[in-house]
Design a protein around this ligand. Structure first.
Ligand code: URA
Ligand code: SF4
Length: 214
């Protein structure tokens, strides 16, 4: 299996250096149809790092993570939970948009395991530089990348877990032990039957994040 590893600079000292190398990545086939790579962004000294799934349609066009509808909802939830949006970093488990064409529309397609595994070296390198205190896992794909396939977000959301101790997967993340809080993906809030209840649940989980900051 090819991965992003050979495209990730060995000794990047800054997130900007990593980001500058990302457009060259051919670690999996997703770069072929997407418009551009969408790297993480935010405070390089953030204590809280959010990890989503992959860029959506709008993110793919703009080249920035969480700038579409899910991003707006997340921003509202972050504000309501009392987290300072200037002091977070936000990224995705997979850095190219995966979609299916239906007519002219590009329909989001969940990344497969191969994409998550291939793209992991970017995430690992971001974490090595960021050394977050609290990791926020947004939905199942991020949970797969950071914890392992048997983690169930619906059952374990909103709990403060020790990470990577709680993770089943090899701890290749060169990080200090951190706290991890999983929650539902903001796109799932947008799809929920009762959006208000789902939104309040997301905010409640993010309040747990705020409380976990030492
Ligand atoms: N959903 C994600 O997981 N990430 C984005 O950047 C946008 C939507
Ligand atoms: Fe590289 Fe990740 Fe894009 Fe695949 S999705 S080409 S591994 S940046």
């Amino acid at each position: 299996m090819t991965t992003a590893q050979e495209f990730v600079p060995d000794r990047a000292r800054t997130l900007d250096e990593l980001k500058a190398a990302a457009p060259s990545c051919k670690g999996c086939d997703l770069y072929q149809d997407a418009t551009q790579v969408v790297f993480g962004r935010g405070d390089a000294h953030a204590r809280v790092v959010f990890v989503g799934e992959q860029p959506g349609d709008i993110e793919d066009q703009k080249g920035l993570p969480f700038v579409g509808p899910a991003g707006h909802l997340l921003r509202r939830a972050v504000d309501k939970a009392g987290l300072d949006p200037a002091h977070i970093y936000i990224t995705n488990a997979v850095k190219h948009f995966r979609f299916e064409l239906r007519g002219r529309r590009r329909i989001h397609k969940t990344p497969d395991r191969v994409h998550i595994e291939a793209c992991r070296p970017w995430l690992v390198s971001e974490f090595a530089l960021l050394r977050p205190e609290v990791v926020v896992v947004l939905g199942a794909t991020a949970a797969r990348a950071l914890i392992g396939p048997s983690f169930r977000v619906t059952q374990q959301r909103g709990q403060v877990l020790d990470w990577p101790a709680a993770a089943q997967r090899p701890a290749d993340f060169p990080v200090e032990p951190a706290k991890l809080v999983a929650t539902i993906h903001p796109s799932a809030v947008l799809r929920a039957d009762n959006q208000d209840i789902a939104f309040d649940g997301l905010v409640a989980d993010l309040r747990v994040v705020a409380g976990a900051l030492r």
